[in-house]
Ligand binder design. Structure first.
Ligand code: ZN
Length: 279
């Protein structure tokens, strides 16, 4: 399977133990979240990286929530830049490939002005990352609120302009588009390999309200689209129960993949017999 699945966060038990839990749940990626600030030491980041490497668990890092690279206020823009760079430094130490962040807000500016400011900020971040030799990829995220920079179109344009990566939060995209689950239409515009988030979501007029538990029914259309596309994805569960829901997503993906495989028959081969009754 080309889709790696895992949770976001350490579930209150610390990352070394969380990595054990990821393994016990049969999962293979983990997102380290610096939601409200960065307090991790470099030595700890290295240790987490070693444990993850031994267990073949792919790591990613989520920078703190409050980031506005487009801010007019120099101190806020600088603090945002700092938070992304500190996340990159620790991500490099732990061997995490993607650094996820919400790039910014429009506030009083036009979408175009906001885009330009963010493009310049990302180019500046790339220069620092290159100079430091950090092996990480900046992956700004598709955001769920319409007041926030980060539609799929904006992020695809940012990728083109700067060569950055992308975090496709499918539930944010769903909420931003008033409950659209036409994932194949989105997937055909994306590279085959990317970082992603998913969870159940409540939304309203303005987009995302909050993340909720993920149901099988809500996940299935995405699972089918990812398998059909043969996407190479690290899919992080951001639900309030990220471990249990990631395990459910893993099961659904395995089932969908099995079904697709059994449907691909060699020419001349007899079709599978239909078995009636509940499976
Ligand atoms: Zn997300």
């Amino acid at each position: 399977m080309t889709v790696r699945v895992g949770p976001a966060g350490a579930d209150g038990i610390g990352y070394p133990a969380a990595l054990e839990k990821v393994r016990a749940f049969g999962l293979d990626c983990l997102e380290v979240t610096f939601t409200y600030g960065i307090r991790m030491r470099e030595a700890d980041a290295e240790r987490i990286g070693e444990v993850a490497g031994r267990s073949r668990i792919a790591l990613s890092v989520h920078a703190p929530y409050y980031i506005n690279l487009a801010s007019e206020e120099p101190e806020k823009a600088e603090a945002s830049r700092r938070r992304v760079l500190d996340s990159c430094r620790l991500a490099h130490r732990m061997g995490a490939g993607c650094v996820v962040f919400h790039a910014g807000f429009y506030q009083k500016r036009s979408a175009k002005q906001t885009f330009e400011r963010i493009r310049e900020a990302v180019e500046d971040l790339h220069r620092v990352v290159d100079r430091k030799g950090w092996r990480v990829r900046l992956c700004p995220e598709i955001t769920g609120k319409r007041s926030q920079f980060g539609s799929a179109e904006e992020l695809l344009a940012l990728m083109d302009a700067t060569g950055c990566g992308i975090t496709v939060d499918f539930s944010h995209w769903f909420a931003r588009h008033g409950g659209c689950d036409d994932y194949p239409a989105l997937l055909c515009r994306l590279p085959r390999r990317f970082h992603a988030h998913f969870s159940g979501i409540e939304y309203g007029e303005k987009g995302e309200r909050r993340h909720v538990r993920t149901t099988e029914t809500f996940f299935r259309p995405l699972a089918e689209a990812l398998i059909a596309r043969r996407a190479e994805v690290t899919l992080v569960s951001e639900s309030p129960e990220p471990y249990a829901d990631a395990a459910m997503m893993r099961r659904v993906l395995a089932r969908v993949e099995k079904k697709v495989r059994s449907g691909r028959r060699r020419p001349g081969e007899a079709p599978p017999r239909l078995v009636s009754g509940k499976r």
